[in-house]
Design a protein around this ligand. Structure first.
Ligand code: ZN
Ligand code: ZN
Length: 126
């Protein structure tokens, strides 16, 4: 999906925030900041050396810079930021996949929670 700059701006202004407690954590206790391009920065008050963007978002203090390489069956979320995390090393840099049963169903009968879950699903190409 490609959005125009105007569309992207309004998405960023009004998209639903994650259920997260990160905004309650003092900036001095945030070890790293993440640019919109994905670059990890040591300070909030930095211009990204890769894309020149400013105002990086806080990286969860419970996240780790170690990228996990194993496949795990356990699904757990971070108690601070509610993102999915690796059960082994706590890395937030994980991909979560769900097995889908092989039939088609009309989603108009889905309740609000299930519909929201469907909308929030990550789409992947294999
Ligand atoms: Zn950047
Ligand atoms: Zn977290």
């Amino acid at each position: 999906m490609h959005y125009t700059e105007t569309q992207t701006a309004i998405i960023n202004r009004f998209k639903k925030p994650h259920i997260s407690n990160l905004d309650k954590i003092p900036e001095s206790e945030i070890p790293y900041w993440i640019c919109s391009c994905g670059k990890i920065l040591p300070s909030k008050n930095m211009t990204c050396p890769d894309c020149s963007a400013t105002s990086p978002r806080p990286m969860c203090p419970l996240d780790t810079l170690d990228v996990p390489t194993t496949i795990e069956a356990t699904l757990i979320t971070c108690p601070l930021c509610n993102e999915f995390i690796h059960p082994g090393n706590g890395s937030h840099d994980v991909t979560v996949r769900s097995r889908v049963t092989g039939y088609l169903a009309d989603v108009t009968n889905f309740n609000a929670g299930k519909l929201d879950e469907l909308k929030n699903r990550q789409k992947n190409d294999f």
